[in-house]
Design a binder for this molecule. Structure first.
Ligand code: FAD
Length: 448
């Protein structure tokens, strides 16, 4: 039986970053990465890759990102783990021994058991094949229904609409992007979509896919309405790929493969990271969702350090995220207010509306910010931003770092920032400071 010091299952960002971190450490370990997708796609960019403006190859991840970093690559499916023998079994029947094993098996799209789901022209949004299918469908058809109004569904809707298709989004919850976005921002985001011709069916669930000649022809909603369509896109969430781990007797939960703070699973010398692993919240310490590329990468770095014996702890996910519609970008880090309340935190919030540059400059527009603080300690536990243009990620990053550093309302009232007429609000105004001031007022503490 062949043997590798480290075997990684999965070639997404988590798997690849393990390879890079191990090579950077120059520890001289033999590393093998096994993945079942011949070529990986950059998943975050899949919605944008539906546009034929650029060749599909632009959206693919070259396998050299594994092989040029000192790892052997096997394109094959791992069928089973034998923890007692420290070996994995491949689909070919071959076995490979490991010193340490990393499960980075990711997640797969949730396919709801709705009548008609097996019809042609219904596709999820995740893999290279999904992207090819979406490109072909968008090229030859006029009408699309997107089932699921999270950020992925919204991004697909925007791109399809920009390509000239008639697009509808069906979302079971009262609003789209509701689970990651503050309620006060939702009207503006929804208005931007409808102003650009995207139809929204919120508070309605897809009940049945109607078919004609084997292909989807419509979506029936639970309130009886029918939306005619040429194709349907499924973006209602993902399921972590835990089966390999579960079958090997490792502890798993609904949220993924269970690990300790060093990202070790319950199996000897087996780590898990990325979408397949259960995450804990940085803020509450409790298990939470967090299928984001940045979480996968951070977890992979921590797992790699522990493989090298460096005793690194994963602090939990802050879930910094961002997305964009036609005119706006928005995002959040930590807990939005409803999530914080649902977690049982006593919260006080602060909001601000601050211009993105000096008022006399051209193209001035407001930045909307909402910060969430734990009332007793004043510690920031979350924050969200909505603004025109596509600069939101930097704002979300600031909030994420503030959460990580345990910043309080007082810290934000005293933080020192830059200003410039073209780049930021006038000297007296700052989005975070004003939101903190609002929170201090609500909390009835004195603000400077
Ligand atoms: C459309 C879309 C847009 C997104 N946009 C963003 C974004 O803007 N920002 C952000 O932070 N995140 C985004 N994400 C989420 C991000 O892509 C994921 O969190 C990230 O890909 C997770 O990485 P991973 O390595 O854990 O898993 P994956 O990328 O899923 O990789 C896991 C790999 O393991 C392989 N595998 C599974 N089982 C086996 C097996 N038994 N044998 C061999 N191989 C196996 C899988 O085929 C897969 O290739 C987006 C996701 C999608 C789908």
């Amino acid at each position: 039986m062949k043997h590798s010091d480290v075997v990684i299952v999965g070639g997404g960002p988590a798997g690849r970053v393990i390879v890079h971190a191990l090579q950077a450490a120059e520890a001289g370990l033999s590393v093998t990465l096994i993945k079942d997708e011949a070529i990986n796609v950059n998943r975050c960019a899949v919605p944008y890759g539906i546009s034929p403006a650029k060749p599909i190859t632009k959206y693919l991840i070259p396998n050299e990102l594994v092989t040029d970093f000192g790892a052997d690559l096997l394109v094959e499916r791992v069928e089973a783990i034998e923890p007692d023998r420290h070996a994995v079994r491949l689909a070919s029947g071959q076995k490979l021994g490991y010193g340490q094993l990393v499960l980075a098996t990711g997640a797969r799209p949730l396919i709801p058991p709705i009548p008609g789901i097996e019809a042609e022209h219904i596709t999820p949004v995740r893999s290279r094949d999904d992207l090819s299918r979406l490109r072909a469908l968008a090229k030859t058809h006029k009408h699309a229904v997107i089932v699921g109004g999270g950020y992925i569904g919204v991004e697909v809707a925007v791109v399809l609409r920009q390509l000239g298709l008639e697009v509808a989004i069906v979302e079971m919850l009262p609003h789209i992007v509701q689970t990651t976005t503050e309620e006060t921002f939702l009207d503006e985001i929804e208005r931007d979509l409808t102003d650009h011709g995207v139809q929204l069916f919120t508070g309605a669930a897809a009940k049945e896919f109607l078919t004609r000649d084997g292909a989807v022809s419509g979506v029936r909603l639970d309130d009886g309405r029918v939306i005619d369509t040429d194709f349907a896109v499924l973006s209602i969430g993902v399921v972590p790929n835990i089966e390999l781990a579960a079958d090997a007797g490792l502890e798993t939960s609904r949220l993924g493969i269970v690990t300790d703070e060093s990202l070790r699973t319950s199996g000897p010398d087996i780590f898990a990271c990325g979408d397949c692993a259960e995450k804990k919240s940085f803020i509450t310490g409790r298990p939470t969702r967090g299928e984001f590329g940045t979480n996968a990468v951070f977890m992979a770095k921590v797992a790699a350090m522990n493989i090298l014996g460096r005793d690194e702890t994963f602090p939990g996910v802050i879930n910094a995220n961002g997305s964009a519609t036609f005119e706006y970008s928005f995002g959040s880090a930590g807990l939005i207010e409803p999530a914080a309340t649902a977690e049982g935190l006593d919260v006080v919030t602060g909001s601000s509306e601050v211009l993105d540059r000096y008022p006399m400059m051209d193209h001035v527009s407001p930045i909307y910010t909402k910060l969430v603080f734990e009332e007793s300690s004043g510690r920031i536990v979350g924050g969200s931003v909505l603004r025109r243009g596509f600069a939101t990620a930097a704002n979300v990053d600031f909030i994420s770092l503030a959460i990580q550093m345990g910043a309080t309302i007082d810290d934000l009232l005293r933080y020192q920032y830059a200003t410039h007429p073209e780049l930021a609000a006038k000297p007296s105004d700052n989005m975070y400071l004003f939101a903190a001031k609002d929170a201090a007022r609500r909390r009835q503490t004195v603000a400077v």
